[in-house]
Design a protein around this ligand. Structure first.
Ligand code: PMP
Ligand code: GLN
Length: 471
Protein backbone atom coordinates (compact mmCIF):
# COMPACT_ATOMS: atom_id res chain seq x y z
CA UNK A 1 0.00 0.00 0.00
CA UNK A 2 2.85 2.37 0.88
CA UNK A 3 4.44 1.64 -2.46
CA UNK A 4 1.16 2.28 -4.21
CA UNK A 5 0.80 5.50 -2.28
CA UNK A 6 4.18 6.76 -3.30
CA UNK A 7 3.61 5.69 -6.90
CA UNK A 8 0.35 7.55 -7.03
CA UNK A 9 2.05 10.52 -5.41
CA UNK A 10 4.65 10.51 -8.18
CA UNK A 11 1.95 10.11 -10.79
CA UNK A 12 0.08 13.05 -9.41
CA UNK A 13 3.17 15.22 -9.24
CA UNK A 14 4.02 14.38 -12.84
CA UNK A 15 0.51 15.03 -14.04
CA UNK A 16 -0.15 17.99 -11.81
CA UNK A 17 -0.87 20.14 -14.82
CA UNK A 18 -3.36 17.79 -16.39
CA UNK A 19 -5.05 17.24 -13.03
CA UNK A 20 -5.94 20.89 -13.37
CA UNK A 21 -4.40 21.64 -9.97
CA UNK A 22 -7.72 20.91 -8.39
CA UNK A 23 -6.72 17.83 -6.47
CA UNK A 24 -4.04 16.87 -4.00
CA UNK A 25 -3.16 13.41 -2.84
CA UNK A 26 -4.03 12.86 0.81
CA UNK A 27 -1.64 10.11 1.87
CA UNK A 28 -1.75 8.02 4.98
CA UNK A 29 -0.90 4.46 6.04
CA UNK A 30 -3.90 2.73 4.61
CA UNK A 31 -5.71 4.91 2.16
CA UNK A 32 -5.29 7.34 -0.64
CA UNK A 33 -7.84 9.98 -1.29
CA UNK A 34 -7.97 12.70 -3.87
CA UNK A 35 -9.12 15.81 -2.06
CA UNK A 36 -9.98 19.22 -3.46
CA UNK A 37 -6.90 21.42 -3.44
CA UNK A 38 -8.58 24.16 -1.46
CA UNK A 39 -8.94 21.88 1.55
CA UNK A 40 -6.29 22.33 4.22
CA UNK A 41 -4.26 19.16 4.60
CA UNK A 42 -2.18 17.91 7.52
CA UNK A 43 -2.70 21.07 9.48
CA UNK A 44 -0.92 23.39 7.07
CA UNK A 45 -2.48 25.57 4.43
CA UNK A 46 -2.05 24.27 0.93
CA UNK A 47 -4.34 26.64 -0.85
CA UNK A 48 -3.70 26.25 -4.58
CA UNK A 49 -5.00 28.40 -7.36
CA UNK A 50 -8.34 27.03 -8.49
CA UNK A 51 -9.58 27.46 -12.03
CA UNK A 52 -12.58 29.77 -12.13
CA UNK A 53 -14.13 27.24 -14.50
CA UNK A 54 -14.18 24.49 -11.87
CA UNK A 55 -17.86 24.89 -11.11
CA UNK A 56 -20.75 22.52 -11.04
CA UNK A 57 -22.53 22.42 -14.40
CA UNK A 58 -25.65 24.59 -14.34
CA UNK A 59 -27.95 21.69 -15.07
CA UNK A 60 -26.82 19.99 -11.83
CA UNK A 61 -27.67 22.97 -9.62
CA UNK A 62 -30.16 22.06 -6.94
CA UNK A 63 -29.07 18.42 -6.88
CA UNK A 64 -26.01 18.76 -4.65
CA UNK A 65 -27.47 17.08 -1.55
CA UNK A 66 -27.92 13.35 -1.25
CA UNK A 67 -29.68 11.72 1.66
CA UNK A 68 -27.79 8.38 1.34
CA UNK A 69 -24.40 10.02 1.27
CA UNK A 70 -25.19 12.26 4.24
CA UNK A 71 -26.98 9.84 6.53
CA UNK A 72 -24.81 6.80 5.82
CA UNK A 73 -21.78 8.93 6.69
CA UNK A 74 -23.46 10.18 9.84
CA UNK A 75 -24.29 6.60 10.91
CA UNK A 76 -20.70 5.45 10.38
CA UNK A 77 -19.21 8.48 12.12
CA UNK A 78 -21.40 7.88 15.14
CA UNK A 79 -21.08 4.09 15.08
CA UNK A 80 -24.87 4.01 15.14
CA UNK A 81 -27.12 1.00 14.78
CA UNK A 82 -28.17 1.57 11.20
CA UNK A 83 -31.77 0.96 10.15
CA UNK A 84 -31.38 3.75 7.61
CA UNK A 85 -30.08 2.83 4.16
CA UNK A 86 -31.73 -0.21 2.57
CA UNK A 87 -29.35 -3.15 2.42
CA UNK A 88 -29.20 -6.49 4.22
CA UNK A 89 -26.49 -6.90 6.87
CA UNK A 90 -26.47 -10.68 6.41
CA UNK A 91 -25.35 -12.95 3.55
CA UNK A 92 -27.23 -13.25 0.25
CA UNK A 93 -28.42 -16.65 -1.08
CA UNK A 94 -25.43 -18.97 -1.32
CA UNK A 95 -26.29 -20.30 -4.79
CA UNK A 96 -25.98 -16.82 -6.28
CA UNK A 97 -22.61 -16.24 -4.59
CA UNK A 98 -21.50 -19.67 -5.87
CA UNK A 99 -22.48 -18.65 -9.40
CA UNK A 100 -20.21 -15.61 -9.19
CA UNK A 101 -17.35 -17.78 -7.96
CA UNK A 102 -17.98 -20.22 -10.80
CA UNK A 103 -18.09 -17.40 -13.33
CA UNK A 104 -14.75 -15.90 -12.35
CA UNK A 105 -12.88 -19.14 -11.68
CA UNK A 106 -14.16 -21.06 -14.72
CA UNK A 107 -12.33 -21.70 -17.97
CA UNK A 108 -13.84 -18.95 -20.05
CA UNK A 109 -11.27 -16.13 -20.36
CA UNK A 110 -13.86 -13.89 -22.02
CA UNK A 111 -15.85 -13.70 -18.79
CA UNK A 112 -13.37 -11.01 -17.76
CA UNK A 113 -13.94 -8.93 -20.88
CA UNK A 114 -16.62 -6.59 -22.18
CA UNK A 115 -19.89 -8.18 -23.09
CA UNK A 116 -22.79 -7.01 -25.27
CA UNK A 117 -23.62 -3.37 -24.49
CA UNK A 118 -27.33 -3.83 -23.80
CA UNK A 119 -26.87 -6.94 -21.71
CA UNK A 120 -25.04 -10.24 -21.73
CA UNK A 121 -27.01 -12.61 -24.03
CA UNK A 122 -27.30 -15.20 -21.25
CA UNK A 123 -28.83 -12.65 -18.88
CA UNK A 124 -31.32 -11.09 -21.29
CA UNK A 125 -32.44 -14.55 -22.45
CA UNK A 126 -32.96 -15.62 -18.84
CA UNK A 127 -34.87 -12.43 -18.00
CA UNK A 128 -37.10 -12.92 -21.04
CA UNK A 129 -37.89 -16.42 -19.78
CA UNK A 130 -38.42 -15.31 -16.18
CA UNK A 131 -40.78 -12.44 -16.97
CA UNK A 132 -42.77 -14.10 -19.76
CA UNK A 133 -45.41 -15.58 -17.38
CA UNK A 134 -45.54 -12.43 -15.21
CA UNK A 135 -46.01 -10.15 -18.21
CA UNK A 136 -48.33 -12.59 -19.95
CA UNK A 137 -46.43 -12.26 -23.22
CA UNK A 138 -43.28 -13.36 -25.00
CA UNK A 139 -40.41 -10.92 -24.44
CA UNK A 140 -37.82 -10.40 -27.18
CA UNK A 141 -34.55 -10.56 -25.21
CA UNK A 142 -32.52 -8.55 -27.73
CA UNK A 143 -34.93 -5.68 -28.33
CA UNK A 144 -37.23 -5.52 -25.34
CA UNK A 145 -34.74 -5.69 -22.45
CA UNK A 146 -31.80 -3.54 -21.55
CA UNK A 147 -29.35 -3.93 -18.68
CA UNK A 148 -27.71 -1.08 -16.82
CA UNK A 149 -25.89 -0.19 -13.60
CA UNK A 150 -28.60 -1.07 -11.12
CA UNK A 151 -32.14 0.21 -11.29
CA UNK A 152 -30.52 3.65 -10.84
CA UNK A 153 -28.78 3.20 -14.21
CA UNK A 154 -31.97 2.06 -15.91
CA UNK A 155 -34.00 4.95 -14.47
CA UNK A 156 -31.29 7.39 -15.52
CA UNK A 157 -31.23 6.01 -19.07
CA UNK A 158 -35.02 6.10 -19.23
CA UNK A 159 -35.28 9.69 -18.06
CA UNK A 160 -32.33 10.99 -20.10
CA UNK A 161 -33.33 8.91 -23.10
CA UNK A 162 -36.91 10.15 -23.21
CA UNK A 163 -37.30 13.53 -21.54
CA UNK A 164 -36.81 16.78 -23.41
CA UNK A 165 -36.30 20.16 -21.72
CA UNK A 166 -39.69 21.45 -20.61
CA UNK A 167 -41.37 18.04 -20.55
CA UNK A 168 -43.36 17.40 -17.40
CA UNK A 169 -42.93 14.19 -15.44
CA UNK A 170 -45.45 13.26 -12.76
CA UNK A 171 -43.95 11.84 -9.57
CA UNK A 172 -46.06 10.28 -6.82
CA UNK A 173 -45.06 11.29 -3.27
CA UNK A 174 -43.45 9.96 -1.17
CA UNK A 175 -41.00 9.02 -3.95
CA UNK A 176 -37.60 7.35 -4.15
CA UNK A 177 -35.47 10.47 -3.96
CA UNK A 178 -33.43 10.14 -7.19
CA UNK A 179 -36.46 10.64 -9.46
CA UNK A 180 -36.56 14.38 -8.89
CA UNK A 181 -32.88 15.18 -9.66
CA UNK A 182 -32.91 12.81 -12.63
CA UNK A 183 -35.83 14.70 -14.18
CA UNK A 184 -34.25 18.07 -13.37
CA UNK A 185 -30.91 17.13 -14.90
CA UNK A 186 -32.71 16.13 -18.11
CA UNK A 187 -34.27 19.62 -18.17
CA UNK A 188 -37.70 18.20 -17.38
CA UNK A 189 -40.16 19.57 -14.86
CA UNK A 190 -41.19 17.27 -12.01
CA UNK A 191 -44.87 17.59 -11.11
CA UNK A 192 -45.72 16.08 -7.74
CA UNK A 193 -48.85 14.46 -6.45
CA UNK A 194 -49.00 13.02 -2.93
CA UNK A 195 -50.47 9.82 -1.57
CA UNK A 196 -52.50 10.91 1.43
CA UNK A 197 -53.03 8.81 4.56
CA UNK A 198 -56.53 8.07 5.85
CA UNK A 199 -57.42 10.21 8.86
CA UNK A 200 -58.26 7.37 11.17
CA UNK A 201 -55.59 7.46 13.86
CA UNK A 202 -53.59 4.52 15.22
CA UNK A 203 -51.56 2.06 13.21
CA UNK A 204 -52.14 2.40 9.47
CA UNK A 205 -51.53 0.07 6.56
CA UNK A 206 -49.77 1.40 3.49
CA UNK A 207 -53.08 0.58 1.74
CA UNK A 208 -54.59 3.47 3.75
CA UNK A 209 -52.44 5.89 1.76
CA UNK A 210 -54.28 6.81 -1.41
CA UNK A 211 -54.08 9.00 -4.47
CA UNK A 212 -56.96 11.38 -4.98
CA UNK A 213 -58.09 10.60 -8.56
CA UNK A 214 -59.17 14.20 -9.25
CA UNK A 215 -55.90 15.56 -7.91
CA UNK A 216 -53.88 13.10 -10.01
CA UNK A 217 -55.93 13.82 -13.09
CA UNK A 218 -55.37 17.58 -12.63
CA UNK A 219 -51.60 17.04 -12.98
CA UNK A 220 -51.86 15.58 -16.50
CA UNK A 221 -51.71 17.94 -19.46
CA UNK A 222 -50.39 18.12 -23.00
CA UNK A 223 -46.96 18.86 -21.50
CA UNK A 224 -46.87 15.59 -19.53
CA UNK A 225 -44.35 13.20 -21.06
CA UNK A 226 -44.16 10.53 -18.37
CA UNK A 227 -45.24 9.37 -14.95
CA UNK A 228 -42.98 7.47 -12.57
CA UNK A 229 -44.82 4.84 -10.55
CA UNK A 230 -42.95 2.98 -7.81
CA UNK A 231 -44.77 -0.23 -6.95
CA UNK A 232 -44.18 -1.42 -4.20
CA UNK A 233 -43.34 2.08 -3.09
CA UNK A 234 -40.21 3.11 -1.26
CA UNK A 235 -40.46 4.46 1.48
CA UNK A 236 -44.13 3.67 2.17
CA UNK A 237 -44.38 0.02 1.15
CA UNK A 238 -47.63 0.64 -0.69
CA UNK A 239 -48.59 -2.04 -3.20
CA UNK A 240 -50.90 -0.42 -5.72
CA UNK A 241 -54.09 -2.44 -6.26
CA UNK A 242 -55.69 -3.12 -9.62
CA UNK A 243 -58.18 -0.24 -9.36
CA UNK A 244 -55.44 2.24 -8.56
CA UNK A 245 -53.25 0.99 -11.40
CA UNK A 246 -56.19 1.09 -13.82
CA UNK A 247 -56.86 4.68 -12.82
CA UNK A 248 -53.22 5.63 -13.50
CA UNK A 249 -53.18 3.62 -16.74
CA UNK A 250 -56.40 5.30 -17.91
CA UNK A 251 -54.81 8.73 -17.49
CA UNK A 252 -51.64 7.61 -19.28
CA UNK A 253 -53.68 6.45 -22.24
CA UNK A 254 -55.96 9.50 -22.25
CA UNK A 255 -52.98 11.91 -22.31
CA UNK A 256 -50.58 9.72 -24.28
CA UNK A 257 -48.08 9.49 -21.43
CA UNK A 258 -45.19 7.04 -20.89
CA UNK A 259 -45.15 5.08 -17.65
CA UNK A 260 -41.82 4.35 -15.96
CA UNK A 261 -42.72 1.63 -13.49
CA UNK A 262 -40.04 1.09 -10.86
CA UNK A 263 -40.73 -2.41 -9.54
CA UNK A 264 -37.48 -3.23 -7.77
CA UNK A 265 -39.37 -4.59 -4.73
CA UNK A 266 -41.69 -6.71 -6.91
CA UNK A 267 -40.93 -9.96 -5.04
CA UNK A 268 -41.45 -8.56 -1.56
CA UNK A 269 -45.17 -8.46 -0.93
CA UNK A 270 -46.94 -9.54 2.26
CA UNK A 271 -50.31 -10.59 3.65
CA UNK A 272 -51.63 -12.11 0.42
CA UNK A 273 -51.15 -8.89 -1.53
CA UNK A 274 -50.40 -9.37 -5.18
CA UNK A 275 -47.95 -7.30 -7.13
CA UNK A 276 -49.56 -6.33 -10.43
CA UNK A 277 -47.39 -5.11 -13.27
CA UNK A 278 -48.95 -2.01 -14.81
CA UNK A 279 -47.49 -3.16 -18.15
CA UNK A 280 -49.99 -6.06 -18.10
CA UNK A 281 -53.05 -3.79 -18.10
CA UNK A 282 -54.77 -3.34 -21.48
CA UNK A 283 -52.72 -1.28 -23.94
CA UNK A 284 -50.09 -0.46 -21.32
CA UNK A 285 -47.22 -2.62 -22.64
CA UNK A 286 -46.72 -0.20 -25.52
CA UNK A 287 -46.15 2.75 -23.18
CA UNK A 288 -44.45 1.20 -20.13
CA UNK A 289 -40.84 0.64 -19.10
CA UNK A 290 -40.69 -1.81 -16.20
CA UNK A 291 -37.59 -1.50 -14.03
CA UNK A 292 -36.10 -4.34 -11.98
CA UNK A 293 -32.97 -4.87 -9.89
CA UNK A 294 -30.75 -7.86 -9.17
CA UNK A 295 -29.60 -5.99 -6.06
CA UNK A 296 -33.13 -6.28 -4.66
CA UNK A 297 -34.14 -9.65 -6.13
CA UNK A 298 -31.06 -11.43 -4.72
CA UNK A 299 -30.26 -9.12 -1.77
CA UNK A 300 -26.95 -8.09 -3.35
CA UNK A 301 -27.25 -4.30 -3.49
CA UNK A 302 -23.50 -3.98 -4.10
CA UNK A 303 -23.73 -5.87 -7.40
CA UNK A 304 -25.50 -2.91 -9.04
CA UNK A 305 -27.26 -4.60 -11.90
CA UNK A 306 -30.69 -3.58 -13.15
CA UNK A 307 -32.96 -4.10 -16.13
CA UNK A 308 -35.57 -2.24 -18.08
CA UNK A 309 -38.22 -4.18 -19.98
CA UNK A 310 -40.61 -2.71 -22.53
CA UNK A 311 -41.47 -2.36 -26.19
CA UNK A 312 -38.54 -1.86 -28.62
CA UNK A 313 -39.49 1.76 -29.41
CA UNK A 314 -39.01 2.71 -25.73
CA UNK A 315 -36.11 0.39 -24.89
CA UNK A 316 -34.15 1.76 -27.85
CA UNK A 317 -34.17 5.23 -26.23
CA UNK A 318 -32.56 3.83 -23.07
CA UNK A 319 -30.00 1.89 -25.09
CA UNK A 320 -28.87 4.96 -27.00
CA UNK A 321 -27.98 6.66 -23.73
CA UNK A 322 -26.52 3.56 -22.09
CA UNK A 323 -24.22 2.64 -25.00
CA UNK A 324 -22.44 6.00 -24.86
CA UNK A 325 -22.19 6.66 -21.15
CA UNK A 326 -21.87 3.20 -19.56
CA UNK A 327 -21.46 0.95 -22.59
CA UNK A 328 -21.76 -2.32 -20.67
CA UNK A 329 -22.08 -3.72 -17.14
CA UNK A 330 -19.60 -6.14 -15.51
CA UNK A 331 -19.68 -9.46 -17.33
CA UNK A 332 -19.14 -11.80 -14.31
CA UNK A 333 -21.97 -10.14 -12.39
CA UNK A 334 -24.32 -10.50 -15.36
CA UNK A 335 -23.34 -14.14 -15.76
CA UNK A 336 -23.86 -14.89 -12.05
CA UNK A 337 -27.25 -13.18 -11.95
CA UNK A 338 -28.30 -15.04 -15.11
CA UNK A 339 -27.30 -18.43 -13.67
CA UNK A 340 -28.90 -17.58 -10.33
CA UNK A 341 -32.15 -16.70 -12.09
CA UNK A 342 -31.95 -19.85 -14.23
CA UNK A 343 -32.14 -21.79 -11.00
CA UNK A 344 -35.01 -19.66 -9.65
CA UNK A 345 -36.99 -20.29 -12.84
CA UNK A 346 -36.81 -24.04 -12.20
CA UNK A 347 -38.20 -23.41 -8.69
CA UNK A 348 -41.06 -21.03 -9.51
CA UNK A 349 -43.53 -23.85 -8.92
CA UNK A 350 -41.88 -24.65 -5.57
CA UNK A 351 -42.31 -21.41 -3.65
CA UNK A 352 -40.66 -22.87 -0.58
CA UNK A 353 -37.41 -23.35 -2.55
CA UNK A 354 -37.51 -20.27 -4.75
CA UNK A 355 -35.58 -17.34 -3.23
CA UNK A 356 -37.74 -14.86 -5.12
CA UNK A 357 -40.63 -16.10 -2.95
CA UNK A 358 -38.87 -17.14 0.26
CA UNK A 359 -37.43 -13.65 0.66
CA UNK A 360 -40.86 -12.21 1.53
CA UNK A 361 -41.43 -15.05 4.01
CA UNK A 362 -38.08 -14.29 5.61
CA UNK A 363 -38.93 -10.58 5.81
CA UNK A 364 -42.44 -10.86 7.22
CA UNK A 365 -41.49 -11.65 10.86
CA UNK A 366 -38.84 -8.92 10.67
CA UNK A 367 -41.50 -6.45 9.54
CA UNK A 368 -43.83 -7.48 12.35
CA UNK A 369 -41.06 -7.37 14.97
CA UNK A 370 -40.09 -3.88 13.90
CA UNK A 371 -43.71 -2.68 13.89
CA UNK A 372 -44.18 -3.90 17.46
CA UNK A 373 -40.86 -2.46 18.59
CA UNK A 374 -41.69 0.98 17.18
CA UNK A 375 -45.25 0.90 18.55
CA UNK A 376 -44.02 -0.09 22.03
CA UNK A 377 -41.76 2.94 21.95
CA UNK A 378 -44.62 5.27 21.04
CA UNK A 379 -44.15 5.72 17.32
CA UNK A 380 -47.07 4.94 15.02
CA UNK A 381 -45.95 2.71 12.16
CA UNK A 382 -47.58 2.38 8.77
CA UNK A 383 -47.47 -1.36 8.10
CA UNK A 384 -46.04 -1.86 4.60
CA UNK A 385 -47.74 -4.25 2.18
CA UNK A 386 -44.46 -4.60 0.30
CA UNK A 387 -40.78 -3.66 0.17
CA UNK A 388 -38.50 -3.63 3.20
CA UNK A 389 -39.06 -0.24 4.72
CA UNK A 390 -41.47 1.05 7.34
CA UNK A 391 -42.54 4.62 7.90
CA UNK A 392 -43.37 5.59 11.46
CA UNK A 393 -45.07 8.71 12.79
CA UNK A 394 -42.88 10.36 15.44
CA UNK A 395 -45.17 13.28 16.19
CA UNK A 396 -46.67 11.76 19.36
CA UNK A 397 -43.31 11.01 20.98
CA UNK A 398 -43.23 14.10 23.13
CA UNK A 399 -39.46 14.34 23.07
CA UNK A 400 -37.51 17.53 23.41
CA UNK A 401 -35.10 17.63 20.48
CA UNK A 402 -32.68 20.55 20.66
CA UNK A 403 -32.63 22.74 17.58
CA UNK A 404 -29.56 22.21 15.43
CA UNK A 405 -29.49 25.61 13.75
CA UNK A 406 -30.32 24.24 10.33
CA UNK A 407 -33.36 25.11 8.23
CA UNK A 408 -34.04 21.42 7.75
CA UNK A 409 -37.43 19.86 8.45
CA UNK A 410 -38.06 18.35 11.92
CA UNK A 411 -37.48 14.75 10.83
CA UNK A 412 -33.94 15.64 9.69
CA UNK A 413 -33.21 17.25 13.05
CA UNK A 414 -34.73 14.26 14.85
CA UNK A 415 -32.72 11.63 12.97
CA UNK A 416 -29.49 13.59 13.26
CA UNK A 417 -30.02 13.97 16.99
CA UNK A 418 -31.02 10.30 17.41
CA UNK A 419 -27.93 9.18 15.50
CA UNK A 420 -25.58 11.29 17.57
CA UNK A 421 -27.20 10.93 20.99
CA UNK A 422 -28.85 7.50 20.84
CA UNK A 423 -26.51 5.85 18.33
CA UNK A 424 -29.52 4.78 16.29
CA UNK A 425 -30.21 5.85 12.74
CA UNK A 426 -33.09 5.93 10.27
CA UNK A 427 -33.95 8.07 7.24
CA UNK A 428 -35.96 11.29 7.51
CA UNK A 429 -39.02 10.86 5.32
CA UNK A 430 -39.32 14.44 4.13
CA UNK A 431 -36.35 13.52 1.88
CA UNK A 432 -38.95 11.67 -0.21
CA UNK A 433 -41.10 14.77 -0.73
CA UNK A 434 -40.72 17.80 -2.98
CA UNK A 435 -39.81 21.19 -1.51
CA UNK A 436 -43.41 22.39 -1.22
CA UNK A 437 -44.67 19.17 0.35
CA UNK A 438 -41.95 18.53 2.96
CA UNK A 439 -44.49 19.19 5.71
CA UNK A 440 -46.38 16.04 4.61
CA UNK A 441 -43.32 13.92 5.34
CA UNK A 442 -41.64 15.54 8.29
CA UNK A 443 -43.59 13.79 11.01
CA UNK A 444 -42.36 10.41 9.78
CA UNK A 445 -39.05 8.60 9.71
CA UNK A 446 -38.23 5.48 7.68
CA UNK A 447 -36.73 2.30 9.10
CA UNK A 448 -35.28 -0.59 7.09
CA UNK A 449 -36.06 -4.13 8.23
CA UNK A 450 -33.97 -6.29 5.90
CA UNK A 451 -31.57 -6.70 8.81
CA UNK A 452 -30.29 -9.62 10.81
CA UNK A 453 -32.61 -10.63 13.67
CA UNK A 454 -29.80 -9.75 16.07
CA UNK A 455 -29.66 -6.22 14.66
CA UNK A 456 -33.42 -5.82 15.00
CA UNK A 457 -33.29 -7.20 18.55
CA UNK A 458 -30.58 -4.66 19.40
CA UNK A 459 -32.81 -1.94 18.01
CA UNK A 460 -35.61 -3.19 20.28
CA UNK A 461 -33.32 -3.15 23.33
CA UNK A 462 -32.04 0.30 22.46
CA UNK A 463 -35.58 1.68 22.23
CA UNK A 464 -36.61 -0.06 25.47
CA UNK A 465 -33.65 1.47 27.34
CA UNK A 466 -34.40 4.86 25.82
CA UNK A 467 -38.04 4.60 26.89
CA UNK A 468 -37.03 3.53 30.41
CA UNK A 469 -34.72 6.54 30.65
CA UNK A 470 -37.70 8.82 29.93
CA UNK A 471 -39.87 7.41 32.74
N1 PMP B 1 -35.72 2.21 -7.09
C1 PMP B 1 -36.04 2.13 -5.79
C2 PMP B 1 -37.46 2.33 -5.39
C3 PMP B 1 -35.08 1.85 -4.83
O1 PMP B 1 -35.43 1.77 -3.55
C4 PMP B 1 -33.75 1.67 -5.24
C5 PMP B 1 -32.74 1.47 -4.16
N2 PMP B 1 -31.78 0.69 -4.36
C6 PMP B 1 -33.45 1.76 -6.61
C7 PMP B 1 -34.46 2.04 -7.51
C8 PMP B 1 -32.07 1.59 -7.12
O2 PMP B 1 -31.75 0.22 -7.19
P1 PMP B 1 -30.29 -0.30 -7.56
O3 PMP B 1 -29.56 -0.49 -6.28
O4 PMP B 1 -30.53 -1.58 -8.31
O5 PMP B 1 -29.66 0.73 -8.42
N1 GLN C 1 -32.73 2.07 -2.15
C1 GLN C 1 -32.03 2.08 -0.91
C2 GLN C 1 -32.86 2.78 0.14
O1 GLN C 1 -33.90 3.31 -0.14
C3 GLN C 1 -30.65 2.68 -0.98
C4 GLN C 1 -30.47 3.81 -1.93
C5 GLN C 1 -29.09 4.37 -1.85
O2 GLN C 1 -28.34 4.06 -0.95
N2 GLN C 1 -28.71 5.19 -2.75
O3 GLN C 1 -32.47 2.77 1.27
Amino acid sequence: MRKAASLLGTFCRQFKGSLNRNFLVEKNEISLTLVPATIQTHGHHSQRRMSTKAKLADRLKGTEKNIWVDFSKLAVENKALNLGQGFPDYPPPQHVVDELMKAVTGNNPLIHQYTRSYGNPHLVNTLAKLYCPFLGRQVDPMNEITISVGAYGVLFCAVQGLINPGDEVIIIEPFFDCYEPMVMVAGGKPVFVPLRPAEKGGVLSSADWKLNPEELSSKFSSRTKAIIVNNPNNPLGKVFNRDELEMIAGLCKKHDVICISDEVYEWMVYDGNKHIKIATLPDMWERTITVGSAGKAFSVTGWKLGWGIGPPHLIKCLQVLHQNCIYTCPTPIQEAVASGLDYEITQLDHPEKCYLYTLAKELLPKRDFLAKTLSDFGMIPTIPEGGYFMMADISKLNLHIPDDDTDDPCDFKFVRWMTKEKKFTAIPTSAFYSKNHKSLGEKFVRFCFIKDDKTLKKAGELLQDWKASLA
